[in-house]
Design a protein around this ligand. Structure first.
Ligand SMILES: Cc1cc2nc3c(=O)[nH]c(=O)nc-3n(C[C@H](O)[C@H](O)[C@H](O)COP(=O)(O)OP(=O)(O)OC[C@H]3O[C@@H](n4cnc5c(N)ncnc54)[C@H](O)[C@@H]3O)c2cc1C
Length: 430
């Protein structure tokens, strides 16, 4: 917006999940006083948001030091900013494989360890894990055999209570004057375009009831993005992982207080029991499931109704039971509750897409491709969007709209993310 005070622009953000809330908050803090958010759920955090969850891993080790540096910055904010600090728990991160893991999966953890060793931010922050005795040192509460677990423990990591943090950001947005339209009035069914001398521009969004107009439209719809911008389909796919909880009693939860976030890469990952509900959360991070069935144009999209996502695949349950027998056998047969699929927007290289949609004359921005590792950026993500809004273009090459013709023929969306890093896909997850 050269020559114009950007804070005077009207901004419409579609989707009040992690990326949308972070953006609205940052813009409101910077003095943008005309920011409206449209959200299809009637509550925030939205039940459709991947960030509406008990917890998400916050850690900084990446094969790509670009994300390491950003995550270190985000962690500093999680630790120090009064808005985020109450929701961050620095329990450490135990990243390992079990003795039965395939060699390629073991090698992925070794690659992570190599990236940690090579980055100054982790100096004095990690130890290697070689078997049960090392596991016991960092997680004395684990009662199972944990035999042959290998990997590392990183102290400079933990988890964020993602639903509570999202709620805190939402409430601060309201205080700062961001307008929210929730429920069916905020459920966007299409974008409105106009023809201008410069060419086509996006001028608004419509719901069943109303059309909302603005100078800049920002799409932050998570895995649903291609419903409104189907041309993003070749580069972003809606994908999900299964999440379940087990219910602990207060004394069982107390015994596990402070355990590290534990990712046994070939089985599943889990966190310390939730402090409010005493629930333990588990997720098997396989390749992620797609749903191509409900779209006519070959896109994988989340199920439209929440109730259709209330299950996990049986295979996932088997991995979680195996993990429980390894680590907390006393709970191995406890019912798995709250089963649901959690949807995210996946890119082939795990890079986010934060860019103007081509052919819209810098009127429509897409925030997408979180690839399952976006939540940790909540405290700083809004900076990324403010930058492109004020620069008029994306200067960071890896976050640009990808040239679909260069997405390799034969690249696979399927496969096991526990191993993809080794087959040429630098997958950065969680
Ligand atoms: C199982 C799982 C585990 C994860 N673990 C981690 C982790 O450990 N660490 C980490 O950093 N990240 C993790 N993530 C990723 C993280 O949750 C996402 O990166 C983040 O939530 C992406 O934010 P988003 O705003 O793009 O999407 P979302 O948070 O999903 O929000 C999208 C929003 O758009 C709204 N919306 C959709 N369509 C419309 C419409 N038509 N009109 C209006 N509103 C609409 C939705 O209701 C929702 O509120 C995980 C994700 C999953 C699924």
């Amino acid at each position: 917006m050269p020559g114009q005070d950007p804070t005077k622009s009207t901004i419409l953000i579609i989707g009040a999940g992690c990326f949308g809330l972070a953006t609205a908050h940052r813009l409101a803090l910077a003095g943008y006083y005309n920011v409206t958010m449209l959200e299809k759920d009637d509550v925030v955090p939205s039940r459709f948001s991947a960030a509406n969850d008990l917890n998400k891993v916050i850690r900084a080790e990446y094969a790509d030091s670009f994300y390491t540096d950003l995550s270190v910055k985000a962690i500093q904010k999680w630790r120090s900013d009064p808005l985020y600090r109450p929701h961050y728990h620095e329990t450490g991160f135990l990243n390992v494989t079990s003795d039965k893991a395939a060699q390629v999966t073991k090698d992925v953890v070794t690659n992570y360890l190599t990236s940690i060793k090579g980055h100054p931010a982790f100096k004095g922050q990690f130890s290697t894990i070689n078997g049960a005795a090392d596991v016991k040192k960092v997680a004395p509460a684990f009662s199972g055999p944990t035999a042959g677990w290998t990997g590392y423990f990183n102290k400079m990591a933990g988890y964020g209570h993602s639903a509570d943090a999202s709620k805190a950001v939402y409430e601060d947005c309201v205080k700062l004057g961001v307008k929210f339209v929730l429920g069916s009035d905020g459920d966007v069914t299409g974008l409105v375009y106009a023809s201008r001398p410069a060419g086509k521009v996006c001028v608004g969004a419509k719901t069943r009831q109303k059309t909302y107009r603005a100078d800049k439209i920002i799409l932050a719809m998570g895995a649903d993005v291609s419903r409104l911008v189907p041309q993003i389909g070749p580069q972003v796919t809606g994908r999900c992982w299964g999440v379940v909880h087990i219910q602990l009693t207060p004394s069982e939860a107390e015994a596990l207080r402070g355990i590290p976030v534990t990712n046994v890469r070939d089985l599943a990952f889990f966190f310390e029991p939730d402090r409010a509900t005493n629930k333990l959360k588990f997720c098997h991070m396989g390749g992620g499931f797609t749903n191509f069935a409900s779209s006519k144009n070959g896109l994988s999209l989340p199920f439209a109704k929440l109730e259709d996502s209330q299950f996990i695949p049986l295979d996932d349950e088997a991995y979680i039971r195996t993990l429980l027998r390894e680590v907390l056998p006393q709970f191995a047969d406890r019912p798995l509750i709250d089963a649901h699929l959690c949807w995210f927007a996946d890119t082939i290289d795990s890079d986010y897409i934060i860019d103007y949609v081509p052919g819209t004359n810098a009127s429509l921005i897409v925030l997408s491709g979180d690839s399952g590792h976006g939540f940790k950026m909540l405290p700083i993500f809004g900076d990324f969007v403010k930058d492109i809004l004020e620069n008029g273009s994306q200067n960071i090459a890896k976050w640009r709209w990808k040239d679909s013709s260069r997405i390799k023929e034969g690249s696979t969306w399927r496969g096991d993310t526990a191993t993809q890093e080794l087959v040429g896909l630098p997958r950065a997850r969680l």
